[in-house]
Design a protein around this ligand. Structure first.
Ligand SMILES: *Cc1c(COP(=O)(O)O)cnc(C)c1O
Ligand code: SF4
Length: 394
């Protein structure tokens, strides 16, 4: 990791916004009000490449442009290939639509018994509570509805969704997502969590959010009290690159952890952003330092105009292989492909088992050494003092 990267990873302070009173900077409503949403605003702060400029002009038809000042500071304005920049500044590639891509690549709308609720798995539901986010990720799986750039007109029907959950005792697990649930007011979050907690068969409640990354100021002590009150509330963060880990994010994670919120992380494998072993290794180690357990690594969904982000699955497998055994299992996320059309998340794993019969399993370890694990027991007639070699040497 270069010196430059090391420094940027611990980015702290107000960067381009030195002239703003610190109280404003730390106020999440100030951050939202002062988001960068137009080409003109970006161009006052940095030089866009012609390709990015074309992308920005197209963006209004696909997924709105919005970047919080906090996150904008993390962009390397001199590097068009900056991994932070790629995630939030559109490129002209977004206008290229490929044959296999869909607006609703996971078939969520078909699995939706009531608006805003996706019931795909037997025991859990995805509850989409808003279509707004603090900043917009150019690879967003839900760009069809998020930000409303495509006139999807998402209107979550909280009552209808809650009544569906109440009426379905098999739903023991509710995942609040969107959009970003933490953009709702404390009062609304308090209300929703309270209603869900009151449902006897709902055992597990989690929130999927990228707010701690885009808008760490939102993780206020008051919000943490709401989580404490209704806890345990689990949280899945969405961090893709070690440079997203700022002092502010670390503090937000600490407040959440101390409020009793177990933290996991979901990353999307993105070409040119984090499809490198060293980048992912640094990321997972930094996550553990913040009490965040890597949960999933997603293969990019086949969303319209997202092909330029698609990483090679072999690269994803290489990353998992480079982690497993080489570092703690706590640092290894599960790599998954969400099956196109609505098959759900399917694990994709490197093959360690080479052969399996009634008699034995032959497998390799993280160093590539081969071992045999016998499935049949052979009683020992006389003590030979010899240890059966389990490792297979070529
Ligand atoms: C990802 C997802 C969930 C949650 O799955 P977990 O494996 O429990 O994290 C639930 N519903 C839908 C539709 C999902 O896409
Ligand atoms: S925060 Fe999540 S829902 Fe919002 S744009 Fe990014 S990926 Fe999409």
């Amino acid at each position: 990791m270069s010196h430059k990267e090391e420094r940027a990873t611990w980015f702290e302070g107000q960067g381009l916004w030195q002239h703003i009173p610190e109280a404003d900077w730390r106020d999440w409503t100030w951050q939202l009000k002062n988001r960068i949403t137009t080409v003109a605003q970006i161009e006052r702060l940095m030089t866009l490449t012609p390709d990015e400029k074309a992308g920005c002009l197209f963006a209004s038809h696909k997924l709105a442009l919005a970047i919080t000042p906090h996150f904008f500071n993390l962009i390397d304005r001199n590097d068009p290939n900056c991994p932070i920049r790629r995630q939030v500044i559109p490129r002209s590639d977004e206008s290229i639509v490929s044959e296999e891509e869909r607006l609703d690549s996971l078939g969520e709308d078909e699995h939706s018994p009531v608006p805003g609720l996706v019931h795909r798995y037997p025991d859990r539901v995805l509850f989409l509570v808003t279509d707004r986010c603090a900043s917009y990720c150019r690879y967003c799986t839900r760009s069809r509805l998020v930000s409303n750039a495509q006139d999807y007109n998402f209107h979550p029907e909280y009552e209808q969704a809650l009544r569906y959950i109440e009426a379905h005792p098999e739903v023991r697990d509710v995942l609040l997502s969107g959009g970003d649930p933490l953009l709702l007011s404390d009062k609304k979050i308090d209300h929703l969590l309270g209603r869900l907690r009151a449902i006897k068969h709902v055992e597990f409640i989690r929130i999927g959010t990228r707010i701690p990354v885009f808008l760490p100021q939102r993780i206020t002590p008051e919000l943490c009290e709401v989580f404490k009150k209704h806890g345990p509330i689990w949280m899945s963060l969405h961090i893709n690159h070690p440079r997203e880990i700022t002092a502010e994010l670390r503090e937000a994670c600490e407040r959440l952890s101390f409020a009793g919120v177990p933290l996991g992380n979901q990353s999307v494998l993105l070409r040119g952003v984090n499809d490198e072993v060293e980048v992912m290794k640094t990321l997972v180690h930094r996550l553990l330092q913040m009490r965040v357990r890597p949960y999933y690594l997603y293969q990019m969904d086949l969303i319209t105009g997202g092909a330029h982000f698609k990483a090679d699955v072999r690269k994803g497998l290489e990353i998992i292989e480079a982690l497993r055994g080489h570092t703690t299992g706590y640092a290894v996320p599960q790599y998954v492909i969400d099956a196109p059309g609505g098959g759900g998340k399917v694990p994709v794993n490197p093959d360690y088992v080479e052969e399996i019969t009634d008699d034995e399993v032959v497998f390799r370890n993280f160093e590539g050494r081969r071992f045999r694990y016998p499935l049949k027991s052979t009683p020992v007639k006389e003590k030979t003092g010899q240890v059966l070699p389990a490792e297979i040497h070529p």
